[in-house]
Design a protein around this ligand. Structure first.
Ligand code: PRP
Ligand code: URA
Length: 206
């Protein structure tokens, strides 16, 4: 499993603002989207391309086009905060959804919704901003693998070492792009220092 820490100064400064407990939901949403743009650009360097030709106002020249439509799968709810960035960068993207919720006592994720487009032989961008215990990401990857995804890249804003280790065990072929690997988890399986509950801060349900 490849883990890439996207440490562009823009990404780090936006994450700092997301961490700030005083950042209100409207700004949190804006920053989440902008940060997802940076993550998505970094994570899609290897997307298949094909040569093409283009007429500039002055001459014909060779160029590049994206050769394969991607599939994006946000994990409800928090992953929705990253979706618009991907649809703006890749307007042809197909979008599937996975709904997962952590149990407050066991921290295990259970799936309450799944609607995936055909994934056979395709690359899926899994959007989930928090990789904490790794239970949600592992369950989402199970669903994507069952649906035939050839390769999965997880876009995560903040990751815990515990979550990375669990995903590494359950899905060693998944690549992870994250802005930060934080210190670890607290007794409630929240990432420390983290940024709190991403979904609640995104949707103003604190
Ligand atoms: C959050 C987050 C991840 C999950 C990460 O979702 O968005 O999906 O926790 O935790 P894990 O790695 O320990 O599984 P949550 O269950 O809070 O649901 P929500 O997005 O609907 O708020
Ligand atoms: N989910 C969140 O939203 N935040 C955490 O720190 C852990 C799981």
């Amino acid at each position: 499993m490849g883990v890439t820490v996207v440490d562009h100064p823009l990404a780090r400064s936006m994450l700092t603002a997301l961490r700030d407990r005083n950042t209100p939901p409207p700004l949190f949403r804006l920053l989440a989207k902008r940060l997802a743009l940076v993550l998505c650009v970094e994570a899609t360097r290897g997307v298949p391309t094909a040569p093409t030709e283009v007429d500039t106002p002055l001459a014909k020249t060779s160029g590049t086009r994206i050769a394969q439509a991607l599939v994006a799968v946000p994990v409800l709810r928090a992953g929705l905060g990253m979706l618009e960035a991907v649809t703006e960068l890749f307007p042809e993207v197909a979008v599937g959804y996975v709904g997962l919720e952590r149990d407050h006592a066991t921290f295990e994720a259970s799936m309450y919704y799944s609607k995936l487009p055909p994934l056979e032989g395709r690359t899926a961008l899994l959007l989930d901003p928090m990789l904490a215990t790794g239970g949600s990401a592992s369950a989402a990857c199970d669903a994507l693998a069952k649906a035939g995804a050839e390769h999965v890249t997880l876009l995560s804003v903040v990751s815990a070492p515990e979550g990375i280790a669990r995903l590494q065990r359950s899905h060693p072929d998944v690549d992870v792009f994250t802005v930060s690997i934080d210190h670890g988890l607290d007794d409630h399986a929240y990432i420390v220092p983290g940024l709190g509950d991403f979904g609640d801060r995104l949707f103003g349900t604190l």
